[in-house]
Design a protein around this ligand. Sequence first.
Ligand code: HEM
Length: 227
Amino acid sequence: MTTTPLDRLRAATRAWHDALESTAFATAMLSGTLPLDRYVGQLAAYREALAALEGELSRATSPCVTHVWSPDLAKLPFIERDLKYFRQSGVNPPPQARPAGRAFAEEIRRTAAADPDALLGFLYVMEGSTLGALLLHRYVSEAYRLTVPYGLAYYGSGDRTRWASFTTRMNEALMNDAWLNDALLNEDTHARVLAAADRAYHHTASIAEALAPPTRATARTPSSPPA
Ligand code: HEM
């Protein structure tokens, strides 16, 4: 059986996925102990990245990107709906995730200027993460007693049919010599998409780290002397 570009992306980034599933942020989310503002903080940081990514993908003209990107992949409206709901509920994102969100957005814009095809690596990770969010959705709604869709639009936005059509288009785009004019470019483009996926995981790990739940030690204000 031929190994598709998506099979290779999945295999090459699996270690990252395993690491993200075991962050203090993810563990607290799965155990229902993640403070609500940390969840909102993740949404706010992802909003920065998705605004940059979806803006750049919509403007890109490269055959690879235009073959894969379509407006039904847009997630920004979902995240903005959630952030509006929490704003109106008086829950604000903590400031500490903002730098990591901005760094992710800046890297996306730099990549769009230098190598638009590589944006597909960022898209793979962000689109894929909504698959896992379908599983996490239940934990989030129980932990914060949220009623669908209030505060859950982004975590509920994963869609297997859309994922299947996305992966088909990604494989077509990354295997199509006609657009890439020769086989060698194919390998090179794949390597650049993989490098971008690696960077996307790096940035989402930085966001999770910045939003790690306070431990007993950090829960105490650092300024107070030990008891
Ligand atoms: C507790 C945290 C997480 C859990 C439990 C989780 C779980 C999952 C699950 C169940 C899938 C679907 C596998 C399948 O049926 O095909 C998945 C796919 C994926 N997740 Fe996660 N996930 C988590 C966090 C993340 C994060 C933070 C990211 C990146 C931002 C991420 C990126 C992805 C990607 C890219 C895929 C698609 C992999 C592929 O099939 O190629 N996940 N995840």
